[in-house]
Design a protein around this ligand. Sequence first.
Ligand code: SF4
Length: 336
Amino acid sequence: MRILELKQRLRAAGAGPSHEQRILRLWSHALPRNSGRRLPASFFPSSLMAALPAIEAELAGLARVQSVHPGDDGAERLLVALADGQTVESVLLPGGGLCVSSQVGCAVGCRFCMTGRDGLLRQVGSAEIIAQVALARLRRPVRKVVFMGMGEPAHNLDNVMEAIELLGTVGNVGHKNLVFSTVGDPRVFERLDRERVKPALALSLHTTRAALRKELLPRAPAMTPEELVDAGERYARATGYPIQYQWTLLEGVNDGDDEIEGIVRLLSGKYGVLNMIPFNAVDGVAFSRPALARCEAMARTLHARGILTKLRHSAGQDIDGGCGQLRARVGEVPVV
Ligand code: SF4
């Protein structure tokens, strides 16, 4: 379901703009599930009060937590079942963050990622994205939402931007705490320029070599690393949010001195931070993670040469909830 459709239904039932905002706020905070029944009978126009129980039942039926997988680091992976039986994963991160999924599967097919193995199964509707947030908020407060779960948000742009608009207004998430993560697509930059709620941007760079990038991200739009960084830099300067350049470290592939030189050439003076994430093991994928000493040496060298670099270990690795590890699963034993 689209948030747009939900708004149309609320208006058709007699909701004015303030009623609509209030209902959307309650829903995105998962408070309460049945607000229509708890509110005094005269709270909203009578036609809206009459329609609310059915609408709320439909919203509550959009998604449910099928199983919860807690990790040692405080992350919690939620397997979320959608109404048609498809599943997506959300990961509650330590510190109030939530990683949500925007597609079931993914068409980009990054070689090191589990989500893209079976291609794209379907889009996740904007209301289903908010439902992931609402379900997570039943477990913990959520102050940051990153679109780094299953799927490429650029390939589901209308739904993702609708969800971002809602979260950044009535959903009480600061705009810079909404993180749109993409392999880079010219349509994203055009669209974000026009939006009222402008999220922070994470760009999956992974290499400074155009040919290797094409090999690693076979169906990403044809933007060279230079074009990607140029577009990112314009957005960062316009919004005041530094770009988060993502780099999955693969042993013998993109951990060489040539890449260090390429990164210095590409990112010197740019308003951004380079997040290096050592590859997470994925069954059936032939890449390996470089030795920790090599990862640390790369980060140190880049720092010394003026590139703000963070070596990150993605949260939730022990529960298969790290970057590139999310995928539609079946048959997991529910623990809640
Ligand atoms: Fe899709 Fe992201 Fe996985 Fe690439 S890394 S296949 S863009 S989900």
